[in-house]
Design a binder for this molecule. Structure first.
Ligand SMILES: [Mg+2]
Length: 287
């Protein structure tokens, strides 16, 4: 039974003071901009409408992400790109992790985030005080996971407490053809392995920072200067659940990770069929 109202992008621009946009599955995929994204960003820029990208990535600094999106034709300022990587700094500060050796599974930008947070990023093959998964790429996958797992077991067997940090809890992301796993799935691999050995130690788990946790949404609200904002996303478990958690409305876009199933108790405020308006941004019917 369909109970979720359909909405157009023009309706959302009219009804809300700010738009919060997910990146992968809404504006882009790995290979380029998704249909309607370039025109939407140009429109929002032209209107001067407050909008922010709210992205779970910890694999790209905002500047690098902006450059990449620009190559896709999306005219996005780095200041508008709020990433889960940006949550590492306040989290490390709150936990007192500055100066510690942090093993990073991820690419160069993940190391930069950790460095910016005041810790000392090291490769998965060096000794560490804590572990952060920045991405599923940028390191030799099996060797890196095995090295971190082995050293973790050594430390945990010795009674050490080793913080595990996961900025991006996403499990999968859409590719041009099909899907790929992301850092949340890497964390599940390590957690599942550790649970075999430490079934009683519930604290041996990754702390998740990104969506659906409140941090990124609260940062976006602060930047936008309003709570009258709508989150436009493609994943129920991160975008929609997270928006609901901080009291924001949300719109689920068609064609992303969520697909057509909406079985859970978390429902978006709206369904958004397309980023493009019904009859073109100029008001003229589309050719
Ligand atoms: Mg997405």
């Amino acid at each position: 039974m369909e109970t979720i109202p359909s909405v157009t992008i023009e309706d959302l621009i009219d009804r809300y003071d700010a738009l919060l946009l997910d990146a992968y599955g809404v504006l882009v995929n790995k290979e380029g901009a998704l249909p309607g994204a370039v025109e939407l960003i140009a429109k929002l820029n032209g209107l001067g409408k407050p909008y922010y990208l709210v992205s779970n990535t910890a694999a790209h600094l905002s500047e690098q992400a902006a450059a990449r999106y620009r190559s896709f034709g999306l005219d996005l300022a780095p200041e508008r790109i709020l990433t889960a990587g940006l949550l590492i700094k306040p989290y490390f500060a709150a936990q007192g992790y500055q100066g510690l050796r942090c093993a990073v599974l991820g690419p160069e930008d993940s190391f930069r985030y950790v460095e910016g947070a005041g810790a000392r990023p090291v490769s998965p093959f060096e000794d560490f005080d804590l572990v952060l998964i920045g991405d599923q790429v940028g390191f030799p996958f099996l060797e890196g996971v095995d090295a971190v797992l082995s050293r973790l077991i050594e430390k945990l067997d010795g009674g050490a407490v080793v913080p595990l940090v996961l900025p991006n809890p996403d499990l999968i992301f859409p590719k041009a053809a099909g899907f790929g796993i992301t850092s949340g799935t890497v964390a599940l691999i390590i957690e599942t392995a550790l649970r075999q050995r430490y079934p009683e130690r519930a604290e041996v788990a990754f702390v998740r920072l990104g969506k659906p946790q409140a941090g990124l949404f609260e940062a976006a609200i602060r930047h936008a200067g309003t709570r009258n904002a709508v989150m436009i996303g493609d994943q129920v478990d991160t975008d929609i659940r997270g928006a609901a958690g901080v009291g924001l409305d949300s719109a689920l876009v068609a064609g992303g990770v969520a697909g057509v199933q909406l079985a859970g108790e978390i429902k978006p405020t709206y369904r958004l069929e397309s980023l493009a308006p019904r009859s073109g941004w100029s008001g003229k019917p589309r050719a």
